[in-house]
Design a protein around this ligand. Structure first.
Ligand SMILES: NC(=O)c1ccc[n+]([C@@H]2O[C@H](COP(=O)([O-])OP(=O)(O)OC[C@H]3O[C@@H](n4cnc5c(N)ncnc54)[C@H](OP(=O)(O)O)[C@@H]3O)[C@@H](O)[C@H]2O)c1
Length: 199
């Protein structure tokens, strides 16, 4: 299969690429993407990416930013980061990519554990994760041409403990490889409308 991985250079994106590249052709995308450049906060940039890649069998998003702050410090402007990137950015990859995905292909987006298991300073990211999860579940029932859509909800990664460990006290971190296998299940399996929890 020909698969776009948005965020391929990231911690999760690298693990996904490693797991899938043996059997598939991977197009590595990101703002500094090795194969194609895309900024998911820009509709124009997403359109340009798809024009460059042409038709593919699967689109994976392992990208999407959010601002971590307590709700009393969160401003509408800071909350916009998650809305523009993690929420709208990922959903626009689907809306604008529909005509570029072959019959029976798939989209797989990324959510995260804090929407179900709250952490301090995680409300904005949780909002975006919940929106993505609800979009996936709802969109799945009317995707055209047998196209499937799922999301993957990772716990904090072992590989990200230096960066995020203090936000997740008492959470048992998971290896990036386990998360990558849920993306593999989404791309190569038959299910749709799922949010795979890697907790
Ligand atoms: N790491 C964890 O423990 C963990 C746990 C649960 C959920 N998640 C979620 O999983 C996703 C990936 O996490 P990660 O830790 O792998 O992140 P990461 O290591 O920071 O990598 C992010 C990747 O996304 C790309 N990217 C960032 N902003 C982008 C944009 N606007 N447009 C296109 N590409 C963009 C980056 O490449 P460029 O800089 O080249 O654009 C990079 O390849 C995030 O949504 C995160 O919230 C992570």
């Amino acid at each position: 299969m020909k698969i776009i991985v948005v965020g391929a250079s990231g911690t999760i994106g690298q693990a996904i690429t490693e797991v899938l590249e043996k059997d598939h052709e991977i197009i590595r995308a990101g703002r500094n993407g090795l194969d194609v450049i895309v900024d998911i906060t820009s509709v124009q940039s997403i359109k340009k990416m798809y024009e460059q890649t042409g038709k593919v069998d699967a689109v994976i998003s392992a990208a999407g930013g959010a601002h971590f702050a307590s709700v009393s410090e969160l401003t509408p402007e800071l909350n916009e980061i998650a809305i523009e990137s993690k929420l709208k950015g990922q959903i626009n990859l689907v809306l604008l990519g529909m005509d570029y995905v072959n019959d029976g292909g798939s989209f797989t987006l990324t959510t995260g554990i804090m929407m179900d298991d709250p952490i301090r300073q995680g409300a904005s990211a949780a909002m975006a994760n919940g929106g993505v999860k609800a979009f996936v579940k709802s969109a799945a029932i009317e995707m055209p041409r047998g196209i499937r859509i799922n999301s993957v909800s990772p716990n904090v990664l072992q590989e990200s403990l230096d960066k995020y460990g203090t936000f997740f006290p008492g959470f048992l971190p998971v290896p990036a490889k386990h998360v990558a296998f849920s993306f593999k299940k989404s791309v190569e399996g038959a299910q749709t409308g799922q949010n795979y929890e890697v907790y």
